[in-house]
Design a protein. Structure first.
Lengths: 155, 155
């Protein structure tokens, strides 16, 4: 089976959506990663859950683990306050979270290797035509495993 | 809110379960990570989806991305064949996937910082008493964000 057939729709936000809605999407659907699309539907970023959490932790806390242990929970207010009014594009640096992608003809093993190498559990499947790039869908780690188990079951 | 209150049950396998059932659990529940417990209920490993996929990709393919692109999908048979008859403990090296954990009194920010640093979207909450260590539950990236959004909403 190739990427075109493995690709599925996945919940997403766009770069213009509110950052807080991006957090809400991941939280409500228990998503492994956040998929962000540009206005034209091409992928802007894919952020694993642990790294979306990272975007909420102040830099001075990341640099000092002991500090994280003593700052109490009331600080959580300011974590989400930092999101207020920001769009996804303003909050998430595209450069840090470039989506991994393959063409529609890529095989399951190629997608698996890419996922493993990038440590990101979503690979975008992109088609190129005369009008530019178009998102066919995404392959998640879970859907890839569903496919591999089916193949193995028949073998 | 502290770790004790944030901790929730999470689908898991044990070290004695079949490796193929571990893959099936992640696939069927769209889990962000696989939680593996020892027989006594203490955490053995936490494996993010992308790295569980990694465990299915042969080493020679990881080392040569061009090879992944040309090996076709029939190879997927042998990926799951490699799992056949193996237990989770035989398949997943504990050393590579040591679970991140906190005590029951850890705060949300401490958990967030740990998750961000380890790149693993599950943190185990462990209580120590006279009988040894006991798993209280786990905090996922999604559940942590649900909590942070609630706090922010009240602030």
């Amino acid at each position: 089976m190739i990427a075109r057939d493995l690709a599925e729709p996945y919940p997403h936000v766009t770069t213009d959506d509110q950052a807080v809605d991006a957090v809400r999407l991941l939280a409500e659907h228990d998503l492994a990663a956040l998929l962000v699309l540009e206005r034209d539907g091409t992928p802007y970023a894919v952020v694993p859950g642990s790294q979306l959490v990272r975007q909420l932790v102040p830099e001075y806390v990341m640099e000092d683990p002991l500090l994280a242990a003593v700052i109490d929970d009331r600080h959580a207010d300011s974590l989400t306050e930092a999101l207020a009014g920001k769009t996804v594009a303003q909050w998430i640096p595209a450069r840090a979270f470039k989506p991994a992608f393959v063409g529609p003809e890529a095989g399951a093993l190629q997608i698996a290797a890419l996922m493993a190498r990038t440590h990101v559990p979503l690979v975008a499947v992109i088609d190129r035509d005369d009008d530019g790039r178009r998102l066919v869908g995404v392959v998640s780690a879970a859907s890839l495993m569903r496919h591999l188990l089916d193949v193995g079951g028949q073998g």
